[in-house]
Structures are given as C-alpha cells and as structure tokens.
Design a protein around this ligand. Sequence first.
Ligand code: CU
Length: 171
Amino acid sequence: MSRLMLAAALTAMLMSPALAHDYTAGSLKIGQPWARATPKGAPVGGGYLTITNTGTAPDRLIGGSVPVSSGFEIHEMTMDNGVMKMRMLPKGLEIKPGETITLKPGGYHLMFTGLKDQLKQGGSFKGTLQFEKAGKVDVDFDIEGIAATSADGAAGHGAMPMNHGDMQMKK
Ligand SMILES: [Cu+2]
C-alpha cells in the first residue's frame, strides 16, 4: 500500500463512527456524547449521551461545562397536555446501580446556554461532566445534523428539529 493510501485508510479509520468515544469513570460508563448542530445565532444547544452505572451505589450527574457556551444545565423534556415542556433539573440526574440513562432529543438532555459559537455538523468540542461520586470526566462531543436523533447521525422518522428558544421554560 502506498504511503498516501495508508494515510487515507488511517484517516477513514479514525473518522469511523465504529470507533465511538466511550468513557469510564469509576463505575460509570459514558457512551458517545454528541450535540446537535445549531442554526446560526442560536442561543442554546443540546447535548446527549448515555450513562450506565455498573456499580452498587447510585451516582448523580450534577453539572459540567463546555467551552462553547457560558452555561451548562441538565434538562428534562416532557409532554404536558400535548405541549412540550422543558424544565431544568436543579439536582441533576440520578443513575441507579445497573441503570442506563439515555439523554436524547425529546427527553433528558444537556443544555448549553449562552452559546458562543455555532455548532457545525461534523465538528466536535470538548466538555467536562461533573458527577457527585465519580467526579469530573472529560469527554468529546461530536456534532451531528440538526435533526439527528442519535449519535450515529441518523435522523429519526419524522424527526422534528427542536428550537429550544420557542419552548416554554418552566423553572
Ligand atoms: Cu433544554
């Protein structure tokens, strides 16, 4: 194989979604953090990931930070009489022993408030998650399409791009 072809093959391998980023912190396993691309000028962005607790004691995601935004909140989205409502979880998100929590569009999510840069599909950014027991965990968020519903970038059937700015914020 030529040097050039080798380089191309290596690049393809490194970019392959099969090599998803998974992280381990104590008894927590964190699967492929990702974020949705945002329209230009959007004030907020959404972040998603899975957290599995393989231990015997509960832990709690209590916060974090990303350099692309000034704020970092943990939110829940629920349907209330046919209206999508979003609320901040001031105590964060508990992960019970043996449980896997999936943060995904339409459910639990990270909310990056005071977004400084547009999140562009295909890019990535660093972030830090803060857990009550496992402490701080550094992760990378991959930026998927604006209507993506999962980390592999697939847009779900009937996926609805969410604009948090239009939603009712309930404190
Ligand atoms: Cu939100």
